[in-house]
Design a protein around this ligand. Structure first.
Ligand code: NI
Length: 179
């Protein structure tokens, strides 16, 4: 198990355009395994390679089914390589979004409620399908990462300034605890 460091704002790599993945091979699958270890440990429900300072068009999602009484959450790992959004619904959804690269900050973001998308799976096979609900929001949030876009870019300037101010304050407090 390998945990990789997650980069945070204002790291400029988060603003990079990720490059397409050229080959789905064992090396890439090792990176994907490390990405899952890192995401589960964080914990988070989505992680793009660029958040590990690897600007390649690849992200993973695991929404994890709600745990049954007394049981562990059921893992449902999903891998999306070179994803493309083909069409988006006019209908929208609002979710309270967070991001491992903007720790402990959340804001309501409005996005298309469903998207039709195409991607390669971990075997390099092309997949196409409609995603909706929380998965659609997560898919769009992660696709944004591949284009250097963060969820705070979708909210008002006032809300964004509040989020950034709270994050600065939180980081200061954390520093004081360590000192
Ligand atoms: Ni994110």
């Amino acid at each position: 198990m390998s945990l990789l460091p997650i980069i945070e704002i204002p790291d400029p790599v988060l603003r990079a355009q990720s490059a397409p993945v050229e080959r789905v091979d064992d090396e890439l699958r090792r990176l994907i395994a490390d990405m899952f270890d890192t995401m589960y440990a964080a914990p988070g429900i989505g992680l793009a390679a660029v958040q590990l300072a690897i600007p390649r068009r690849l992200f993973i999602i695991d929404l994890q089914d709600p745990e049954e009484e007394g049981g562990e959450p059921v893992k449902k790992p999903l891998v999306f390589i070179n994803p493309e959004i083909l069409t988006s619904s006019d209908e929208t959804n609002v979710y309270n979004e967070g991001c491992l690269s903007i720790p402990d900050q959340y804001a309501e973001v409005e996005r298309p409620a469903s998207v039709r998308a195409r991607w390669l799976d971990a075997d390099g096979k092309q997949q196409e399908g409609e995603v909706d609900g929380l998965l659609a929001t997560c898919f769009q949030h992660e696709t944004d990462h591949l284009n250097g876009i963060l969820f705070i870019d979708h909210i008002s300037r006032l809300r964004r300034d509040m989020v950034l101010k709270k994050l600065t304050k939180l980081r200061k407090e954390n520093k004081n605890l360590v000192a």
